[in-house]
Design a protein around this ligand. Structure first.
Ligand code: IPE
Ligand code: IPE
Ligand code: MG
Length: 237
């Protein structure tokens, strides 16, 4: 199936879950699962570029994930840094634009510098808009957007009453492009505070497959499922 003719699958978002359980079932430490998940990120990006998907948002680290043991958080931050170092050229070569969406204040200066470097390198690329959600949460994003609008309008009642949906969406760090298809691996059927605004009319695909096993073939199953759905957006069929 060519997506060139199917303009309605523009944006896929993925809650990449199950790394820890995947590792545990192999009697390995959790970080082994996280490391093994990098090749699934690769293949998912590849799938999207091969099939003309416009945007892919990957949930890599949630705001609530800071509450995990410090060792795991440190390992994950180290993995983000190394992965960005290792993959930057390949992303650029494949014409992928990378943006990190989330709160940048709590990231190390080293990681932040690397993020900015890769964002700058890939800024003009157009094959895929890849957003990596790091220190991200949907409710946080919405609250930040509210604060930003309030500051901008500084109590101007008339302008506040005139706020349109589009004005608000401009303030969202994860952007205004609606998610068409949400995928969550590992068998959990919940959103865990991911893209609450952009998921408003998304089709949802939940699979028991753990993220390190989520190959291109599994991705294809998710997309096939998507094309069985009739999206009505509140209208009748
Ligand atoms: C998802 O896998 C990756 C992150 C949240 C960083 P988990 O680490 O949540 O794996 P499980 O859910 O414990 O198996
Ligand atoms: C959500 O997964 C966050 C990411 C995949 C990055 P979690 O594993 O942290 O979510 P819960 O705790 O199971 O809801
Ligand atoms: Mg999990």
């Amino acid at each position: 199936m060519s997506f060139g003719e199917e303009p309605n699958l523009r944006h896929i978002a993925v809650i990449m879950d199950g790394n820890g359980r995947w590792a545990k079932s192999r009697f390995k430490p959790r970080i082994f699962g996280h490391r093994s998940s990098v090749s699934r990120v690769d293949s998912t990006i590849e799938y999207c570029t091969e099939n003309d998907v416009q945007a892919l948002t990957l949930f890599a680290f949630g705001r609530d994930n800071w509450s995990r043991p410090k060792d795991e958080v440190d390992d994950l931050m180290e993995l983000f840094l190394k992965t960005l170092e290792n993959k930057a050229e390949k992303l650029h070569k494949n014409n992928v634009k990378l943006t990190v969406v989330g709160d940048r204040k709590r990231l190390s200066s080293e990681l932040l510098a690397k993020i900015e470097e890769v964002e700058k390198l890939t800024a003009q690329n157009s094959a895929l808009d890849l957003r990596l959600a790091v220190d991200y949460a949907g409710r946080w994003e919405i609250l930040e957007a509210v604060k930003s609008l309030c500051l901008e309008l500084s109590g101007d009642e008339e302008r506040i009453r005139d706020i349109e949906m589009q004005d608000f969406e401009k303030k969202l760090v994860a952007g205004s492009l609606p998610v068409d298809l949400l995928i969550r691996t590992s068998g959990e059927v919940r959103l865990s505070d991911f893209m609450l605004w952009q998921l408003a009319y998304a089709e949802m695909y939940f699979t028991k497959v753990m993220w390190p096993d989520f190959t291109k073939k599994e991705m294809q199953k998710a997309v096939d499922y998507y094309y069985t759905r009739q999206r009505r957006f509140g209208k009748t069929s």
